[in-house]
Design a protein around this ligand. Sequence first.
Ligand code: GZL
Length: 380
Amino acid sequence: MKKRLLGALISSAMVASLLAGCSSSNSGTTEPVTDGGTETEQTTEETADTAATVEEAAQEVAENTESADGELIDIGFAQVGHESDWRTASTKSCQDVFSEANGYNLSFVDCDNDSAAQLEAVRSFIEQDVDYIIIDPIVSTGWDTVLTECEDAGIPVIVIDRTIDDSDKYAAWVGSDFKQEGLAAGEWLKAYADSKGITEINALVISGTTGASAQIGRSDGFKEVADSYGWTILDEQSGDFTEDGGQEVMESYCKSYEGKFNVVVCQNDNEAFGAMTAMDNAGVTYGPDGDVILISFDACTAGLEEVKARKITADFECNPLAAPTVEEVIKTLQSGGTPETEVYMPEHWYALSDAIVEFSINGEAQEMTEVTDEVIEAQY
Ligand code: GZL
């Protein structure tokens, strides 16, 4: 029997047996309560209080991360890959939370940005009959068949970070609002350009892995703002969320669009690092003191260090530390409860003081965070 079900059954059995001793009346009359063979007397209220205490204890048993029979909870995690600092932080967060010391047996598969390998990893978890499957989907489609197989096997799936858009056969999703990130970058750029007297925007975009919901959302959000203000997006090519990819695309852009662009949008910090190398090699200046406004996403520690170094002009965070929230989902399922189906991670928009401007998204004012040594020290 699945450990999560056993936990829930034990807790409800404990509560049911106790409540059976309660009187049906609520008149405050005394009622016999079987207490291991000897009869003791309790008022209904006392019985109800006891029931509540026992229920809390039962809940504690069921929520205990080790199953009620003391075994580890088996988790299968199909991770995107190892393409970025963000991904490294995401993987570490999951491995730290789903450790044996915390009551878990984690089967981790790095799918190396290969969708076929990711589907294969999920199927291997089904064969292992794990208790829960966590998926960070490389791309947002092609999931319904394998999620149906998970459902048929009675294994709950939790989706982390990116979204699955062609199936809802999962217990919960914990991640980020990627379109909001794209809108934030666009609306910040509008306010920042206005503050600098820049009236014309000619942007180049280095997007993430094509078909990843993070790429789709950031592209859609930034384009929505660009269209609303009549900006020109000269080109958008994928750097696959990697430093090499960012450098390769930027090298091509420096040749094809020499002297024609004043904004570069990289959909993660590692692409921005590569783009910086390419612009350095091409003699293009960037950052708050350069000719090109450089925008990035993720806001990992190394990204914020480049903001502090006046290379990246603004960095829009995507929070990789979702594992503790995923564990809460699993504890809820473990105790027979129903988790929230969508949980959004908190995120911040970063810049140095001279690039912090007031802006809003759809009328909602946005806070910006100044990058300081302390902020960098605390980042992931
Ligand atoms: C976003 C995440 C993206 C990061 C990249 O949630 O999926 O993938 O922005 C990572 O750094 O490669």
